[in-house]
Design a protein around this ligand. Structure first.
Ligand code: AHR
Length: 651
């Protein structure tokens, strides 16, 4: 049996890539990795998600109402919240009125520095009290007085720092702002863009939540694909994720009618994605909008040119010199050095969008128009189609090029494959790319249990990534890695889930407002294991036994002094005893040491998963030293449903 091999992985000289797709689904962005604590901070709204004071609660009988003032905070943020004294407001105690915000289903409060700000319109002589407090008992963990600069005829920003005196025992907390209505003209003030950030990943302003970012970074990823996923496409042609709306001061970001059941803030914008990639040292694959939306809207050929130019502008924004039109905008926003960008994808799953008209146009001219324009301007960029050669798959078919309807790729283009599968199918597809042109695997996951009742997408996904699903994924990943001269990267998707509101239960990491709940799924451990043993070259392999139940690949890593790496997994072994494995690397001398890391399931149940509500990690990690025997052979054995890596770089 041979593995395609001897080739350098990818075309840009990076090691083989494991990564993740990010789009805002499951409140993975707002209320997730984007560290903002205030939910509905700027009363953003859209056709699907009307404006409201949701997530705010009055203090001391105040009346909270939405206003569309003649002089709004900005064009992007036309709505604001009026906080007014009513007959119910008690003049007792301080007499202050105000509001509290419950955050994204609670707030984690610790003795650390929070950075806050809010905008006010209306004259006010006095000060505001900003505080972090419990929702369970009357307890204020920390508060600060913010001297008012508010005036009648314009919006004024107030900034503050707040360091609580103690940690809150739970995340059942909220943030409050109060003021004394006696200091106002007529007992009310208008508020907008109320924002509060805890310390962020690598200290970035408007940055990422530390524990979630660290859980992702700990996986040792190499790639980030963004901004989706369906989020890029939008529900309609008027509401796609427009990168230009996501730049600059927060007051100039209108927000976005998300495609996953909630309004989005645009807080996690293009710059934030790029900084995220920079901070984790990730290659990026950006998706540019191709004129197709989820509802079937398709921008016709004659109207497509502005969107092609938009894509070229976005590329220039990311990697153009600081004296170029869009490069200078990036420089203005604080990043004169160009970011690295090697991969651009045209649309997302456009074989589904607007089907059948949309897909046919993608095939006939849409992809080609973007491909030609980008390749002419940036010949080094790898342009990616948002379909695989097998899309759209004909009825009941999951692999192989569909010659009848499939995309014919212009020379130099590569495809994108999205296997959301049952574990058995992921194992069956082990050789999916053996005789294929280049693809990224832009999204993948085991989502349904074996034998899910068809049509399975009408039924639920499994609850969390589960062990047999993770092993199935590992076998497909091995299949991709052994073809890594053409398959430069595989992305898990979607990656994050807020347990309080989600649309897609299967993700790498689960979380709530309480960092103690942040949980790495079983599949995280398999991806992390493979990602921590990178290869720069595949190696050809021969074996006297065929694949099944053991699947494997081999490579070497130039960056680690040519370390030799073997990755394998066992699935569906009929033998109850472990499978003996004997590996001979050419040139390895007897006595050479290697480390063998093996992942198994500690509870035996193949359907077991890591449940944030129990905190139990069911993945058992065993690391042992293996020493090459007399003929330079490493010998060990692997049990059913195990995933393993042998690496001669034992450091
Ligand atoms: O990852 C979830 C969704 O699955 C993505 O938005 C879409 O691209 C795919 O269909």
């Amino acid at each position: 049996v041979h593995s395609s091999g001897g080739n350098i992985t990818g075309k840009f000289g990076h090691s083989y890539g494991y990564g993740f797709l990010h789009e805002d689904i499951n409140n993975s962005g707002d209320g997730g990795i984007y560290a903002e604590l205030i939910q509905n901070r700027a009363f953003q709204h859209s056709t699907e998600f009307p404006v409201s004071t949701a997530h705010y609660f009055p203090i001391n009988g105040a009346n909270l109402s939405i206003q569309f003032l003649d002089e709004p905070l900005s064009k992007a943020l036309p709505a604001s919240m009026r906080v007014a004294r009513t007959g119910n407001s008690s003049p007792s105690t301080t007499g202050e009125i105000g509001f509290k915000n419950e955050g994204y289903w609670g707030m984690d409060i610790r003795k650390q520095k929070y950075m806050g700000s809010f905008w006010v319109k209306g004259a006010y002589n006095g000060s505001f009290t900003a505080s972090l407090q419990s929702d369970l008992v009357y307890e204020v963990f920390g508060s600060v007085q913010v001297h008012s600069r508010a005036v009648d005829d314009q919006w004024t920003e107030h900034e503050f720092e707040l360091v609580p005196e103690k940690d809150a025992p739970t995340s059942n907390n909220s943030f409050a702002i109060t003021f004394d209505p006696k200091g106002t003209k007529n007992g009310s003030l208008d508020f907008n863009l109320i924002s509060l950030f805890p310390p962020t990943y690598k200290g970035r302003k408007n940055g990422l939540r530390i524990d979630i970012a660290e859980a992702l970074a700990d996986m040792n990823p190499r790639f980030l694909r963004f901004p989706g996923g369906n989020m890029l496409e939008g529900l309609t042609n008027d509401t796609y994720w427009d990168w230009k709306d996501t730049l600059g001061p927060l007051k100039d970001r209108p927000g976005f009618q998300g495609v996953w059941g909630y309004q989005q803030t645009h807080g996690l914008g293009l710059m934030e994605y790029l900084e995220w990639a920079e901070d984790m040292n990730l290659q990026i694959v950006i998706g540019v909008w191709a004129g197709l939306a989820l509802n079937g809207d398709a921008t016709p050929k004659e109207n497509l040119q502005p969107f092609i130019e938009d894509a070229l502008d976005e590329i220039e924004f990311i990697r153009g010199p600081p004296n170029s039109t869009w490069g200078s905008r990036r420089a203005e926003l604080g990043h004169p050095e160009p970011f690295e960008l090697n991969y651009v994808e045209i649309g997302n799953e456009d074989w589904l969008a607007g089907y059948p008209g949309g897909w046919q146009s993608y095939r006939q001219y849409r992809f080609r128009m973007f491909f030609d324009a980008i390749t002419a301007a940036y010949p080094d960029i790898q342009v990616i189609a948002s379909a695989a050669t097998s899309d759209p798959a004909s009825e009941g078919r999951t692999t192989g090029p569909n010659t009848k309807e499939g995309l014919s790729f212009p020379s130099g283009a590569i495809g994108d494959y999205h296997p959301y599968r049952e574990p058995d199918e992921l194992v069956y597809e082990f050789d999916r790319f053996d005789n294929e042109i280049g693809h990224i695997v832009g999204e993948m996951a085991a989502t349904h249990v074996n034998g899910a009742i068809p049509p399975r997408w009408e039924g639920p996904l499994y609850k969390y990534p589960w062990w047999i699903g993770a092993v199935g994924e590992a076998i497909s990943l091995i299949g991709y890695e052994r073809n890594s001269d053409r398959i430069p990267v595989a992305f898990y998707a979607p990656v994050l889930k807020n347990e309080n509101r989600f649309q897609w239960p299967i993700t790498l990491i689960q979380f709530t407002a309480d960092p103690k709940m942040t949980t790495r799924a079983v599949t995280w451990f398999c991806w992390s294991l493979f990602a921590h043993h990178p290869i720069s070259h595949t190696l050809p392999t021969t074996s006297n036994s065929s694949y099944n139940p053991l699947y494997w690949t081999a490579g070497k890593d130039q960056a680690r002094n040519g370390a030799l790496v073997w990755k394998g997994a066992v699935y569906n072994s009929t033998d109850s005893s472990p499978i003996p494995v004997s590996i001979e690397f050419q040139g390895i001398k007897p006595g050479t040491k290697a480390s063998l890391t093996m992942l198994t399931n500690s509870v035996g149940d193949p359907y077991a998963y890591n449940d944030p509500f129990t905190g139990l990690n069911i993945v058992n990690t065993t690391i042992i030293e293996v020493i090459a025997g007399m003929n330079g052979t490493f010998e060990f054995s692997l049990p059913e449903l195990s995933v393993a890596v042998l690496d001669t770089d034992a450091s």
